[in-house]
Write a protein that binds this ligand. Sequence first.
Ligand code: NAD
Length: 266
Amino acid sequence: MGRFDGKTVFLTGAGSVSGIGRATALAFAREGARIAAADITTDDLAETVDLLRGEGARAEAFVCDVADAAGVTAAVAAAEASIGPIDILVNNAGIAKKRAFGDLTEAEWRRTIDVNLGGTINGCKAVISGMTARGGGAIVNLSSLMGGWWGWNEHVHYNASKAAIEGLTRGLAMEFGPKGVRVNAVAPGFIWTAQALSREHSVGPDGLKLCEPYIPLRRVGQPDDIAAVIMFLASDEARYVTGQTILADGGITLGDLSPVFASLVQ
Ligand SMILES: NC(=O)c1ccc[n+]([C@@H]2O[C@H](COP(=O)([O-])OP(=O)(O)OC[C@H]3O[C@@H](n4cnc5c(N)ncnc54)[C@H](O)[C@@H]3O)[C@@H](O)[C@H]2O)c1
């Protein structure tokens, strides 16, 4: 018996080879869910679906750009027609592009807002009337440590998009709680994926290693660490939880400066 036997999950950003999306899709599959795996990529997404089927799961690929509302609606409709009504939506697709505020073009900030915030809105729009008609469902959005806690220089558009996702999560939870739909978010800290490993757009592998002494749990997170929180929020164990953003950061926001103080002790 799996926690998600008989449930259908629509998950965006599922193609990421070493990302949170693929890890979460696999974790759902291992617990009995059917997976509609969506991404803008094709080859990596096809590989994810092969892996999901290798776990014995019913899984299909849906290529779409989450920033395109019509494309997301069509992907959800196709998924519902082929593998069943969506019980759980995970809005995981996201981008983080480094750009100093002074150089940030309108096209660049709009793309980040359109993918991160717009993609989350598009996913919610596509599933929510079906969920309410069937009496309920669960939505989990991906925010970030940079949404409600930290600022990130040269990433203000990312900061803003993730903060907005947390507001969206609270508003939707209010509006759809009475109709049985729970809406929550997960805010990952530093996680060992392509996004954070990018030297061009994030901290890169060396930066991640430099963070570890400041993390009370003394390690950068793995995609599975976030998959576990997403699955908790999607599961019946979280039946009385809605409108929340759960920070999963190994404790880095606690402000552990012990490495700094240790350097003072001779
Ligand atoms: N890795 C971290 O440290 C970290 C920290 C905080 C928040 N997050 C968030 O977690 C989520 C997953 O991040 P990740 O680290 O696994 O990233 P990742 O870059 O490994 O994966 C992101 C996936 O989203 C897909 N994608 C990007 N734009 C898309 C679009 N327009 N339409 C459809 N799919 C699209 C990509 O193809 C990719 O498969 C993101 O929302 C990210 O902002 C990550």
